[in-house]
Design a protein around this ligand. Structure first.
Ligand SMILES: [Zn+2]
Length: 283
């Protein structure tokens, strides 16, 4: 028996539960899209107060990771319009609706965020783990939302297929949220990486003092090769490729300019960021 209340969510049961109609389990994604850019706290007050007639299951702040839950999973929630006689809030065994505290192009801490996909999506892994525990597959039967526009699925898709839907895809509804979303299938899944050989693939930054005139090392020879491969070679010859000198400085400066650095940031002296991007193989 799955947990009907999401572990990690703050429980704000508002009563007024209603039975589901059964069928494939699904989740429906929304954004609160508030002209006043309401915060999680404002939205929590709304959905437990005057807005309780349109409350979702979950309220999620993708910046702070705060999550509130208003209905148990086996109850309908209230954020959808009906499609004529079809009570869309009740479609499926579960129809978990998530209101993301987000408005397109909103500014948070001085940074502008165009879509939910651009936010930190904090604790989305916890939400996905819970939805998976309810048997909701990671797929989007109507395709993942790509724009703030209607993309209504057929009634047979809505009634017959399990997975994730945007509010913009639900029949009988007019809203265009949630807009582009992150790749849900990748959330909370550990990256498959090749077994480690115990040695990092690339040479770690050896420190600024490593790059002094006359210093000799196979690391400098490996760097020399990489700079040439990147089209940044400004060497007069490949002799003494393992010894730091003025040709290295000219070539490294070309690499820094290639990365977009200018002025004192393109002085030919390696720093940890430009070094990491150069991918100097372990020598
Ligand atoms: Zn919505």
């Amino acid at each position: 028996m799955p947990n009907l209340w999401m572990p990690g969510a703050t429980r704000h049961a508002i009563g007024n539960t209603g039975a589901m109609h059964g069928g494939p389990a699904r989740a429906v994604w929304h954004i609160t899209s508030n002209a006043k850019d309401w915060t999680y706290k404002n939205e929590l007050g709304w959905f437990t107060g005057d807005g309780r007639e349109v409350a979702p299951h979950l309220l999620w702040d993708p910046f702070t990771g705060e999550i509130a839950q208003f209905f148990p999973a086996d109850s309908r929630s209230l954020s959808l319009q009906n499609a004529d006689t079809i009570k869309t809030n009740r479609t499926g065994k579960y129809c978990i609706q998530v209101e993301t505290v987000f408005t397109a192009n909103e500014t948070v801490n001085g940074q502008r965020y165009a879509t939910v996909r651009d936010t930190p999506c904090k604790n989305l892994d916890q939400i996905m783990a819970w939805l998976r525990s309810l048997g909701i597959p990671d797929t989007w039967p109507g395709g993942a939302p790509t724009a703030f526009a209607r993309d209504t699925v057929s009634l047979s898709t809505w009634l017959g297929e399990a997975g994730h839907f945007g509010h913009n895809q639900v029949p009988g509804n007019s809203h265009v949220d949630p807009g582009p979303m992150p790749n849900l299938a990748a959330i909370g899944k550990t990256q498959t990486t090749k077994p480690s050989t115990g040695q990092p693939k690339y040479e770690p930054f050896p420190g600024a003092s490593f790059f002094r005139t006359g210093h000799r090392s196979p690391v400098i020879a490996a760097m020399h090769k990489r700079l040439v491969a990147e089209g940044c070679g400004r060497y007069q010859s490949d002799a003494h490729a393992d010894t730091w000198g003025s040709g290295d400085e000219r070539s490294y400066a070309a690499w820094q300019r290639k990365l977009g650095y200018a002025g004192a940031d393109a002085d030919g002296r390696p720093g940890p960021t430009s070094w990491a991007k150069l991918h100097v193989p372990n020598s």
